[in-house]
Design a protein around this ligand. Structure first.
Ligand SMILES: C[S@@+](CC[C@H](N)C(=O)[O-])C[C@H]1O[C@@H](n2cnc3c(N)ncnc32)[C@H](O)[C@@H]1O
Length: 331
């Protein structure tokens, strides 16, 4: 039993979680084109692979956001702290908190009165993060929530504390443009006029730089994608032969969308025991694995406008690769 997880994901409810996983895999692989939600990338192995991705030279996103938060933490923390009242710092998709810790440390140093609410679907990531924070920042009040983003939304209204919502690391990029807008609207409809959103967004730039981040020479991104097939094999009794799939990322500079596909190298049939079902893959057939949407500042101005926010400020890294943007509720 994991004390950090939503009852939805604990024993015996782990069974419910497995049923949802099986149901969504069935729906996704029955569609054309076939697809698997990237939220299933994050089991223990997936979390480790993502940490390796963050350390890759090609994956500029982490360094860029680390730079923004390190060099501009005073201004960001002042804006977040805003007044002396208590607030909740709620982070969607906290992961290992590598960059968030810069802000947490600085807010503690400032004597800010707040509690930190990391939300993550990965029980492993959340457990690790809470253990790290307990030893690194023993004075920090942490109230973790092991939930899926959309299921966690109503927790924003669970108390009257002022909210500062963090959505870092270009997590918003894993939504299509429409879902991103809908999700941000769902958040804004639950926030009050003094609440804030700080969102880390990857910007449109040289397509070669972008594509390399999803196609590293050591094959770590490939392993990250393939790991989902391993997960289906382990948790749902699948018989995917991972050597029969190729990792294929593409970037479209017009739409700003980076898509990652797994391509079936040959005609093949895969069985999934938990579903009592077989899935046929043609040679060259893709599984749509992940979108990593890139935005321009103009795109972000429209996104804010259309989802109920006003932009307070864009914080950029020195290369203008990435932005952390601070939004308030539209008055
Ligand atoms: C790309 S990592 C980024 C982590 C961190 N924000 C950062 O910037 O380093 C995404 C994190 O969000 C979590 N996540 C992905 N989809 C999720 C969902 N639908 N609901 C809740 N958490 C999710 C994953 O488990 C993972 O820890």
């Amino acid at each position: 039993m994991n004390k950090f997880m939503d009852p939805d994901q604990q024993e015996p409810e782990k069974h419910t979680h497995l049923k949802t996983f099986a149901k969504e895999i069935n729906e996704g692989l029955s569609q054309s084109p076939k697809r698997i939600s990237s939220k299933y990338f994050y089991n223990k192995r997936g979390d480790e692979l993502f940490q390796s991705i963050m350390r890759m030279e090609e994956y500029y996103l982490t360094d860029a956001e680390f730079e923004i938060l390190s060099l501009q933490k005073e201004e960001i923390a002042e804006a977040i702290k805003y007044s002396d009242g208590k607030f909740q710092l709620v982070e969607f998709g906290a992961g290992d908190g590598y960059k968030t810790k810069i802000l947490l440390n600085y807010l503690l140093e400032m004597g800010a009165n707040f509690e930190y609410v990391p939300i993550d679907i990965s029980a492993n990531a959340l457990t690790q993060l809470c253990e790290d924070l307990a030893s690194e920042m023993p004075d920090l009040k942490v109230n973790p929530l092991g939930k899926e983003y959309f299921k966690a939304l109503d927790d924003l209204k669970a108390n009257e504390l002022r909210k500062v919502v963090l959505f870092l690391g270009s997590n918003i990029g894993n939504f299509s443009l429409q879902v991103a807008q809908d999700f941000l609207k769902e958040i804004s409809s639950r926030l009050n006029s003094n609440d804030l959103l700080l969102m880390g967004v990857d910007l449109k730039k040289d397509p070669h730089v972008i594509l390399a981040a999803y196609n590293d020479s050591d094959g770590i991104t490939k392993a990250f994608n393939i790991n989902v097939l391993n997960r289906i094999n382990e948790e749902l009794g699948g018989d995917f032969d991972i050597f029969n799939f190729e990792h294929f990322p593409v970037y479209d500079p017009v739409t700003g969308s980076t898509k990652s596909y797994l391509i079936s190298k040959r005609p093949q049939t895969v069985s999934i025991a938990e579903l009592d079902k077989q899935f046929y893959f043609d040679q060259g057939e893709p599984i749509d694995m992940e979108v990593s949407q890139k935005y321009s500042t103009k795109d972000l101005n429209s996104l804010a406008e259309n989802s109920g926010y006003e932009v307070i400020k864009y914080y950029y890294d020195c290369k203008n690769y990435f932005t952390d943007t601070l939004w308030k509720i539209k008055s």
